[in-house]
Each structure stands twice: as structure tokens, then as C-alpha cells.
Design a protein around this ligand. Sequence first.
Ligand SMILES: *[C@@H]1O[C@H](CO)[C@@H](O)[C@H](O)[C@H]1NC(C)=O
Ligand SMILES: *[C@@H]1O[C@H](CO)[C@@H](O)[C@H](O)[C@H]1NC(C)=O
Ligand SMILES: *[C@@H]1O[C@H](CO)[C@@H](O)[C@H](O)[C@H]1NC(C)=O
Ligand SMILES: *[C@@H]1O[C@H](CO)[C@@H](O)[C@H](O)[C@H]1NC(C)=O
Ligand SMILES: *[C@@H]1O[C@H](CO)[C@@H](O)[C@H](O)[C@H]1NC(C)=O
Ligand SMILES: *[C@@H]1O[C@H](CO)[C@@H](O)[C@H](O)[C@H]1NC(C)=O
Ligand SMILES: *[C@@H]1O[C@H](CO)[C@@H](O)[C@H](O)[C@H]1NC(C)=O
Ligand SMILES: *[C@@H]1O[C@H](CO)[C@@H](O)[C@H](O)[C@H]1NC(C)=O
Ligand SMILES: *[C@@H]1O[C@H](CO)[C@@H](O)[C@H](O)[C@H]1NC(C)=O
Ligand SMILES: *[C@@H]1O[C@H](CO)[C@@H](O)[C@H](O)[C@H]1NC(C)=O
Length: 408
Amino acid sequence: MRFRFTPVSGAGLVLFCLLLGAVQSYALQLNLTDSKGTCLFAKWEMNFTISYETTNRTLKTVTISEPSNVTYNGSSCGNDRNSTKIVVQFGSAISWEVNFTKEASYYFIDSILLSYNTSDSTTFPGAADKGSVPVNNSLQTVKFPLNNIYRCNSLLIFNTDPVVQRYWHIHLQAFVENGTVSKKEHVCDEDIPVTTVAPIIHTTVPSPTTTPTPTPKVGNYNVTNGNATCLLATMGLQLNITEEKVPFIFNINPATTDFTGKCLPQTAQLRLNNSQIKYLDFIFAVKSENRFYLKGVNVSMYLANGSAFSVSNNNLSFWDAPLGSSYMCNKEQVVSVSRTFQINTFNLKVQPFNVTEGKYSTAQDCSADEDNFLVPIAVGAALAGVLTLVLLAYFIGLKRHHTGYEQF
Ligand SMILES: *[C@@H]1O[C@H](CO)[C@@H](O)[C@H](O)[C@H]1NC(C)=O
Ligand SMILES: *[C@@H]1O[C@H](CO)[C@@H](O)[C@H](O)[C@H]1NC(C)=O
Ligand SMILES: *[C@@H]1O[C@H](CO)[C@@H](O)[C@H](O)[C@H]1NC(C)=O
Ligand SMILES: *[C@@H]1O[C@H](CO)[C@@H](O)[C@H](O)[C@H]1NC(C)=O
Ligand SMILES: *[C@@H]1O[C@H](CO)[C@@H](O)[C@H](O)[C@H]1NC(C)=O
Ligand SMILES: *[C@@H]1O[C@H](CO)[C@@H](O)[C@H](O)[C@H]1NC(C)=O
Ligand SMILES: *[C@@H]1O[C@H](CO)[C@@H](O)[C@H](O)[C@H]1NC(C)=O
Ligand SMILES: *[C@@H]1O[C@H](CO)[C@@H](O)[C@H](O)[C@H]1NC(C)=O
Ligand SMILES: *[C@@H]1O[C@H](CO)[C@@H](O)[C@H](O)[C@H]1NC(C)=O
Ligand SMILES: *[C@@H]1O[C@H](CO)[C@@H](O)[C@H](O)[C@H]1NC(C)=O
């Protein structure tokens, strides 16, 4: 079994260095072989930003991307004794290990274990606590199809406090079958631009087929306080960013999105985050007349080209309902946050306050707003109908009565 490490440099790299705040980085590469040839191939870039406390009680942040001294000891294609894993040592201060589990048609990452040793005073100068710190996270929701090379150029960010892990330019194939890396590429969702094509007016060229963005999957994002659920949210979310002429439409995948939040007496917050969204906050508030509403949205995310996009609006007024009830809207609804950012919601149901026994209370339906107009019309129509019938009956009766009279 052989390991090889090739530092790579190039234009793409320089661009990312700029985007990542001039943090220098090189590609990591691992080509594990067995008797048949290659059994695992991986090429990727990563860095870690670690916060630690110093002896004078201040928080210090270091970003580690030190590939000049990388070793891959312990990496394995998997056998009776070892699981399939990639192990990387950055000098003596950092060790990073990822292991894979194979299923019938795909494999997934069982865990990513990062350990950093704050005793290393060159990497962590002035660290108060010395010793090895493990940070474990799991990525089991991402399915890598077998016999494909997985490619993901987009920046993937995992906030595993106190460490921010960043990965990009990933090419990976574990469980290579016949000794050669596949020619078939599986591109990650983050690399697929989900853009709508602007309509072309008056043209002889056949217009491009505009595939409408599919509706997002509905996710359950519940917040707990102690062991009690204090905020309930069920919704499909689609983000629409119009920084440029062509909007960037992006569906939130609940399976790969984390959520947290806070419940306070007068305000509640729901925060979503995933590899692309640093945070997406929904801020709910109580207003007079014992009602709640969506007061603010705060978002920071990475666009397809790697640059960050942030918007904050704390002066919104959506999803208004009485306290002690929930707000519901099954049809698509638009939450316009700024000139360049809107959220399209699908099958929405939220209750940010007064949740009892973890269940939704009676809902105020958004279609009730329309019903308010429809009810008088319906009642009016019904009354008119009744009146017509009464008059009709009266005249028929009168006529019958009349004719009856004449017969005598
Ligand atoms: C991996 O190494 C093997 C043997 O050295 C070589 O034949 C193969 O081309 C390498 N694969 C890649 C993708 O570099
Ligand atoms: C992967 O590593 C984690 C922690 O190091 C361990 O608990 C788990 O059993 C490993 N999984 C496999 C498939 O080896
Ligand atoms: C690389 O790391 C090893 C230990 O992992 C250390 O002995 C060596 O001095 C390091 N070399 C450089 C250039 O940092
Ligand atoms: C951490 O680093 C110190 C000094 O470099 C070393 O003595 C210690 O054994 C390391 N701890 C671990 C768990 O690797
Ligand atoms: C590997 O080789 C076997 C036997 O030749 C073949 O059946 C199988 O389809 C090959 N797998 C791939 C991914 O090429
Ligand atoms: C959580 O539930 C346990 C058992 O039901 C209870 O003993 C504990 O007090 C609860 N904690 C909070 C913060 O409500
Ligand atoms: C995205 O936003 C733009 C500008 O507000 C709008 O014209 C477009 O219809 C929106 N697209 C979707 C799918 O919501
Ligand atoms: C990325 O795209 C956004 C808008 O889509 C643009 O404002 C920004 O300048 C772009 N960044 C780079 C580095 O190209
Ligand atoms: C939005 O987030 C930023 C950064 O975390 C924060 O400074 C700001 O107060 C937040 N705005 C709202 C409305 O919560
Ligand atoms: C908030 O919105 C209200 C009504 O939409 C407007 O009158 C007020 O000026 C806004 N405040 C800020 C700070 O934008």
C-alpha cells in the first residue's frame, strides 16, 4: 500500500485563497492501492479555524492549513482489522480521520474525527489548557454512489464549535472496484446551479427548456427548551437571491440542515444552518393584542461562486396569529426580506410561543384572510337565492290562489 502527497497550485487555488481571507492551502491527495490497483482515491482541500482560550483569558483563533508536513499514516482501504478510512496528520498538532461505511449502492461517511493538541505551542501559542481535544461529527446523510467519482468544488462548511471545518475541491472514490478510478462523475448538489433562465422575448432561436425549480422538501424544525418543545415549525423553504440579473434559487434540504433556536417570553428564534447556509434566522415576536408574528430574518450564506451573502431585516410583519395558536399556510407564500432576497414557503405551519405537550394548537390559516372576503359574498349570494325562492313561491302561490278562485 502506498501513499502519495502532491502539493498542487493553480489559478483556482489562488481565487479560493482570496475568498478564504488569504489563507494559503494546497490540495491533499491520497491514492491507496492494493493488488488490483487503486482501491481509494481522494484529492481535496481543507482547513480548520480553531478558537482556544489563552492564559490571559482571551479567546484566540488560529486557522490551520499546513500541508507542507502532511502524513497519511493509518489510512486504509479496509480489511478484516481496519475500516475504510483516511487519516491525516498535520505535523504533530492535528490529526484528522474520516471513515466510510458501504451499503448496497452507495457509501457514506460514518464519522469525521478531528483532534488537535493545544500542547503544541507553535500552533497554539499561549493556550491555557494543554492537551488533545477531540471534535467528532457525522455526515451520514450524504450518500456517495458506488463506482462514481464524487466531485464537489463548492465550499462546504461545518461549524463544530470551537472548530470551523472547511472543505472544497473534493474528488473522492472509496471502495474502488476493479483497480481503476471511475470515469463517471457524481457532482454534489452544491455544485449544480439552480437558476431559472430569463424569458427570451421575440426570438427565432428555440428557447431553452426552462425546468421549473422543484418545490422544496418539507422539514420539521422544532426547538426545545430543557426537554420541552417550545417552538414548532414545519415548512418547505426555497431561497431566492437576486444579486444578479438571473436569480439564484435554492431549495433547503431538511435532511442535511441543522437547526437550533431560543425561546424567550417575548421573542423566539429559529436558526437553520448547513454546508451552504452559515445561518438563517427566523425571529418571532409578541406584539400587543396578544398576537405573534415573524419580525425578523437574518441570513448569511455562501453563493455558488464562494462569496458570502448576508441580509438582515428586523422590521418584517408576516405570519401574524393569536398567541396560543399556530399559523398555517399550505399554498406558496413569499416572505420578502430585502430587495435581493426572498423566501418562498410551502406547507408552512409555525407556532413560536405557548406550545403545550409538543403539539400544534389550533391554526389560523392564511386562506382565512381570503375567506373574510368570500364569506360576505357567499352569505349575500345565499340570501339572494333565498329571497328569489321566497318571491317565486309567493308569486306561484298567488297565481294558483288566483286561478283557484276563478274556478269557483
Ligand atoms: C494511483 O496510483 C496507481 C499506481 O501508482 C496509478 O496507476 C494510478 O494512475 C493512480 N491514480 C490516480 C488517479 O492518480
Ligand atoms: C468510525 O469511527 C468512529 C469513531 O472513531 C467509530 O465509532 C465507528 O465505529 C467507525 N465506523 C466504522 C464503520 O469503522
Ligand atoms: C514534520 O513533522 C514531524 C513529526 O510529525 C517532525 O518531526 C518534523 O520536524 C516536521 N517537519 C517540518 C518541516 O515541520
Ligand atoms: C500533545 O503534545 C504534547 C507535546 O507536543 C505531547 O507530549 C503529548 O503526548 C501530546 N498529546 C497527545 C494526546 O497526542
Ligand atoms: C469489475 O469487474 C467485474 C468482473 O470483471 C465486473 O463484473 C464489474 O462490473 C466491474 N465493476 C466495475 C465498476 O467496472
Ligand atoms: C427533563 O425530564 C426529566 C424526566 O422526565 C426531569 O426529571 C427533568 O427535570 C426535566 N428537565 C427539565 C429541564 O425540564
Ligand atoms: C425570485 O425573485 C425575483 C425578484 O424578486 C422574482 O422576479 C422571481 O419571480 C422570483 N423567483 C421565484 C422562483 O420565486
Ligand atoms: C459572486 O456572485 C455574487 C452575485 O451572484 C457577486 O456579487 C459576487 O461579486 C461574486 N463573487 C465573485 C468572487 O465572483
Ligand atoms: C443578524 O446577525 C448579526 C450577526 O450575527 C447580528 O449582529 C444582528 O444583530 C442580527 N440581526 C438580527 C435582526 O437579529
Ligand atoms: C419598519 O416598517 C414600518 C412599516 O412598514 C416603517 O414605517 C418603518 O419606517 C420601518 N422601520 C425601519 C427601521 O425600517
